[in-house]
Design a protein around this ligand. Structure first.
Ligand SMILES: Nc1ncnc2c1ncn2[C@@H]1O[C@H](COP(=O)(O)OP(=O)(O)OP(=O)(O)O)[C@@H](O)[C@H]1O
Ligand SMILES: [Mg+2]
Length: 459
């Protein structure tokens, strides 16, 4: 058989989308990003060398009825919040990417998963490309006791790692991190587009052919995306992000992509001296330390997947000293705040264009659900009028451009969660009120509203 020879070639990659080009570019012709061109050397096979195609058992087309679905088996990690985000446990043979800011706790959380699984007697391999074994041991001491079925190694060459996997035959492999890995097939330096892509492809092949679950840690860029090309996210089965305010102790694990479950679920953790511990009652945690009787503060309920979470929204509206009022939003899209302020100005005549406004979701959470609109509106109006809102009141509802308060889903669950925490008055869309079950209304006094003007009248 003819041997395929390889020749070196320079290719220009876009670090944002992974687009390849034969020549340098200032603006990527595919994704339109500027200054994302990265020059890398790759080996290319000499053209004209044909490989004989072999149809093996795995590549034979089969009808669905002939396929075994053993992949359904899920391994419980022993951390409920982690399993919840994965869609009910770790799927055998899946490739999971975990991204997050530096020092947020990526290595810690996976080490905790490794601890639980190794104590269950499962064989695991933890490969670190960025820390020495003694550094990992220091972290492991914080995290707890490990059994000997967890093996550790420091290596960056993927072909060596592949051999180690072959020898140790683990059920689960953790790669810390993909940016430090090096596949000899690609010439470029670790962390470059072609290298990250080649390394991920190798890991994907390993996980699919051997049925090993592989967790891969990925660094994130300034913008908060996993560093490396976007195609990386397409290649893996699941993408998780560990996020949170570095100065606050809680962390949120969020699914961005999941081939085996919903991506709406979040897991809430707290960073402690002994690692990341689960926060089973995030609402209580988020509301702790809430001021009483202060204007501009209201509690809203947002659904994060199947779980309602209560958050405090604060607004500070003060007269502007300049022609251009200042608007700042933390934890919520600033455009959403601008839009809601424009609605309040146009529909009920609040002179908000003469006021600065600062809106903040306390606890450092980020909320994207439209159901928090009503909370933002109430907080702004409360601060504008300098009238505090009842401490036992909560709200939810989406606000439209005409000032209408639109219904939102799962009103019953939202009310039940708030009731559990001692809230007994609720402002909600009239349309949702009509659909409320009898049990939900017991113990909670609901006020249905259909326009933002109805809300203002309550002050
Ligand atoms: N004794 C301690 N008590 C509380 N928190 C600690 C303690 N030691 C470390 N931490 C927390 O753990 C974090 C480091 O966790 P970890 O190394 O898992 O992060 P990482 O996301 O893997 O970081 P990197 O990007 O550097 O790999 C620190 O930023 C700190 O917040
Ligand atoms: Mg780390």
């Amino acid at each position: 058989m003819p041997q395929s020879r390889a020749k070196e070639k320079t290719i220009f990659f876009c670090t944002s989308c992974g687009n390849e080009s034969g020549k340098w570019f200032g603006k990527c012709p595919v994704c339109g990003e500027f200054n994302t061109c990265s020059e890398e050397k790759v080996r290319e096979s000499v053209k004209g060398v044909k490989r004989a195609a072999v149809l093996n058992e795995e590549s034979t087309p089969l009808p669905l009825s002939k396929i075994n679905s053993e992949q359904d088996e899920r391994i419980k990690s022993g951390i409920d919040e982690f399993d919840r985000v994965l869609g009910g446990g770790i799927v055998k043979g899946s490739l999971v990417l975990l991204g997050g800011d530096p020092g947020i706790g990526k290595s810690t959380i996976l080490l905790e998963v490794a601890r639980n699984l190794s104590n269950d007697g499962r064989k695991l391999l933890y490969v670190s490309g960025e820390e020495s074994l003694s550094q990992i041991k220091m972290r492991a001491k914080r995290v707890g006791n490990f059994s000997d079925s967890l093996l550790l190694m420091t290596e960056t060459d993927l072909s060596v790692i592949e051999e180690a996997i072959e020898k140790a035959a683990p059920q689960l492999v953790i790669i810390d991190s993909i940016q430090t890995m090096y596949s000899p097939e690609a010439e470029a330096a670790p962390g470059s587009v072609s290298q990250v892509r080649a390394s991920t492809a190798t890991l994907m092949r390993l996980s699919k052919t051997k049925g090993i679950t592989i967790f891969v840690i990925g660094h994130v860029t300034k913008e908060g995306n996993v560093a490396g090309p976007r195609v990386l996210e397409h290649m893996v089965d699941t993408v998780l992000y560990l996020e949170g305010d570095r100065y606050a102790s809680y962390r949120i694990l969020r699914g961005v992509k999941n081939r085996f479950g919903s991506t709406n679920e979040i897991g809430v953790f707290e960073m402690t001296g002994s690692g990341l511990s689960e926060v089973p009652d995030p609402s209580g945690y988020m509301l702790s330390g809430r001021p009483e009787g202060a204007s501009g503060s209201v509690v809203a309920v947002s659904m994060e997947g199947t779980r309602p979470i209560l958050i405090e929204i604060q607004a500070l509206v003060t007269r502007s000293n300049f022609g251009m009022p200042r608007r700042t939003a933390v934890g919520i899209d600033i455009n959403r705040v601008n839009l809601l302020m424009a609605v309040l100005e146009k529909r009920i005549g609040l002179k908000l264009s003469e006021y600065d406004a600062y809106v903040n979701i306390t606890g450092g959470m980020r909320m994207n659900e439209p159901a928090v609109d009503l909370g933002i509106v109430m907080a702004i109006v409360s601060s504008y009028k300098d009238k505090p809102i009842d401490d036992h009141l909560f709200c939810f509802g989406e606000v439209g451009l005409s000032g209408e308060v639109r219904s939102v889903s799962q009103a019953d669950q939202r009310i039940a969660e708030a009731h559990k925490l001692g809230f007994d008055k609720c402002i909600l869309p009239k349309a949702s009120l009509a659909k409320l079950s009898k049990e939900s209304s017991s113990g909670v006094k609901p006020y249905g509203v259909s326009f933002v003007s109805d809300v203002v009248k309550l002050f």
